[in-house]
Design a protein around this ligand. Structure first.
Ligand code: ASP
Length: 326
């Protein structure tokens, strides 16, 4: 990104922080540095989070429901035909089949997820159905698809999007079997939100790692890895190489670190450090975390530069670059 664009982005964010009448204040009157707090607050991974947050913010305003907001918000990304890492238009597995993973969680501990599911345009809504209408937490593969049919979800034709097909044909020239994570942009969308009354919810949805083995499931549908929410403490979500995130129960770890008194930023940094220790050869892979606590403070941290997140609150909205370890 050019320096000018970076400067403009930072300026927009700074102006957000000093708007009068918001819950936020970077500095108190006596000059003592206070931590930024917002209620309501919606955060999402990557720049596709901006459009998703717009929708979530609108839904929160209309319904007052933070779980509706995080579901409807990420549905925007699931429907975005330009997005190659979320939804049925995403990049396929090694066999040329697109399989989706998604999870949703509320601050009271209710949660639902689907993984390795085919032909369902909105896996996040299917995950919500699992949460609300079954005694289970997770449905996989054909079972999840059958549940979708039973619940009246439309079943889409199994056909790669033109952009995904083009990329897949190119990949097949070498068929290099190596997890490829784009460390610059566009990945899973993980969204976490806090309403005015202190209720939290989160959602996470992805087409997963491009050219993965058929049957591979990442962190995104695994409660505690790609997403964790607890009204007593806060919420966290993850993006990047799912295997590295699962190994440290990344999102659960962050919430537990916050429970022990860490700020969201400190907790994200500690989780990245743990992830690096537990994953040899981390150099080539990206993973990032996003978190908020119940007071409306937030944090983000990644292994490598390039991770960013969308932030919406009463004072405005911004796309923010995360700090990183390397
Ligand atoms: N976390 C996802 C996965 O491993 C990948 C991503 O963030 O795009 O499936």
């Amino acid at each position: 990104m050019s320096d000018r664009r970076k400067f403009l982005k930072n300026t927009i964010l700074s102006s957000v922080l000093i708007l009068p009448g918001t819950v936020s204040s970077a500095m108190s009157l006596n000059g003592f540095k206070k931590r930024e707090k917002h209620k309501p607050l919606i955060l999402s991974t990557w720049n596709h989070g901006m459009a998703a947050n717009d929708k979530a913010w609108e839904v929160l305003g209309e319904t007052g429901s933070i779980v509706d907001a995080v579901e409807k918000g990420v549905m925007v990304t699931e429907s975005d035909l330009k997005n190659l890492s979320v939804g049925l238009q995403g990049l396929p597995d090694r066999e040329g089949i697109v399989t989706l993973d998604a999870s949703i969680m509320k601050g009271d501990g209710s949660c639902g997820s689907v993984c390795f599911v085919r032909q369902v345009k909105h896996p996040i809504s299917l995950a919500r159905k699992v949460m609300e209408d079954t005694p289970h937490v997770m449905l996989a593969g054909e079972g999840a698809r059958q549940f979708a049919i039973q619940e009246g979800f439309p079943i889409e034709e199994e056909k790669m999007s033109p952009a995904a097909e083009k990329a897949y044909i190119k990949w097949k020239e070498k068929s290099e079997y190596k997890p490829i994570i784009n460390i610059e942009n566009h990945d899973t969308i993980g969204m976490i939100g806090l309403d005015e009354n202190g209720n939290l919810a989160g959602s996470c949805t992805t087409s997963g790692l491009a050219y993965k083995m058929h049957g591979r499931v990442g962190d995104s549908p695994i409660i505690g890895a790609g997403l964790y929410v607890d009204n007593e403490v806060g919420a966290a979500t993850a993006t990047g190489l799912g295997e590295s995130i699962i190994k440290v129960c990344g999102s659960f770890l962050i919430v537990e670190l916050m429970r022990q008194g860490r700020t969201p930023q400190e907790a994200c940094e500690e989780a990245v450090k743990r992830l690096i220790r537990k994953n040899k050869g981390i150099d080539g892979i990206q993973a990032g975390f996003l978190a908020m606590n119940k007071d409306g403070e937030h944090g983000a941290y990644a292994v490598h530069p390039g991770f960013n997140f969308a932030m919406h609150h009463k004072g405005g909205k911004a796309l923010v670059d995360s700090k990183s370890k390397f």
